[in-house]
Structure formats: C-alpha cells, structure tokens
Write a protein that binds this ligand. Structure first.
Ligand SMILES: CC(C)(COP(=O)(O)OP(=O)(O)OC[C@H]1O[C@@H](n2cnc3c(N)ncnc32)[C@H](O)[C@@H]1OP(=O)(O)O)[C@@H](O)C(=O)NCCC(=O)NCCS
Length: 121
C-alpha cells in the first residue's frame, strides 16, 4: 500500500517549541522544533509509528526519510530522538546514521542524533 502523507497545522506550544504532526494512511510521526529565539536549530523526532498490520513493508523507512527531509526543509542541522537502548530500533537508527549522544546510567533510553547534510533533499 502506498503512503499518502498529510500534516496538521503547526501546534505552537506555550513552552516555545513547535510541534508538527505528520500522518499517512499507515503511520505517523511528530517533529518538534525550537523557536528561533532559542537559537537552536535541532529537531526532535518522536511517536514514529506504523500501524501493526503494515509493518515490515518499508513504511517505517519511508517515514524516517520523510522526517529527515522535513527537518532539512525547516533548516535544522540535526535530528535527535530517544530510543530504548536494548531494542532493535536502536540498531535501525544506527544503520540510518544516528549516533548515541547521551546514554543515561539508570535510564532504559538513549538519545541519538543525526547531523543532517544540507546537500541532500
Ligand atoms: C519502528 C517501526 C515504525 C518500524 O516500521 P516498519 O514499517 O515495520 O519498518 P520498515 O519495514 O521500514 O523496516 C525498517 C527497518 O527495521 C527493520 N525491522 C523492522 N521490524 C523489525 C523487527 N521486528 N526486528 C528487527 N528489525 C526490524 C527492517 O529490517 C528495516 O531494516 P533496514 O532499513 O536495515 O532494511 C514499527 O515497528 C513501529 O511502529 N513500532 C512501534 C513504535 C516504535 O517502536 N517506534 C519507534 C520509537 S522511536
């Protein structure tokens, strides 16, 4: 099944971050951006989900590639996320160029980041 991407209007959170929700007929993800006044141009990726009956069909890879393109389109120089450090999902993100930047001692999660290359689209 082909994914048809949509996205909701920007949600302007009171804490100064912008939430962008992207949906398809098969999955979703959220991209959180800092407002320019915070002088950070990193994006945070979360809630990347593919509906259970359409997993293992390449849609997760498509959503991740879409998220990277959108982050570049918003002039973000890096894309970060949090993931369980023992899960296969961490290996997946490593294969896609993310590296662990914060590893909590007691936490089950790690923060991973990918530096975005502006030459790609
Ligand atoms: C993570 C998730 C979005 C992947 O979606 P998907 O459509 O099944 O992914 P794809 O078919 O595009 O596969 C992506 C990669 O993960 C691998 N993969 C998929 N499911 C896997 C599994 N259960 N175990 C190991 N590897 C797996 C694929 O082999 C593929 O690897 P490749 O890019 O090196 O070829 C989906 O499993 C999901 O929604 N999980 C629940 C929510 C979640 O854990 N989100 C991530 C939180 S950060």
């Amino acid at each position: 099944m082909k994914q048809e991407m949509m996205h909701l209007p920007i949600v302007n959170r009171t804490d100064g971050y912008l939430d962008l929700f992207y949906y398809s007929n098969i999955g979703m993800y959220r991209l959180t951006l800092c407002e320019p006044r915070y002088k950070s141009n990193a994006a945070w990726l979360s809630t990347l989900i593919v509906t259970e009956d359409h997993r293992h069909e390449g849609h997760g890879n498509e959503l991740l590639a879409h998220a990277e393109r959108e982050a570049r389109r918003w002039n973000c120089s890096a894309l970060s996320l949090s993931v369980e450090w023992k899960s296969w999902v961490r290996d997946w993100y490593e294969r896609k160029g993310f590296v662990v930047v914060v590893e909590g001692i007691d936490s089950t999660n790690v923060t991973m980041t990918k530096i975005l290359n502006y030459d790609q689209n």
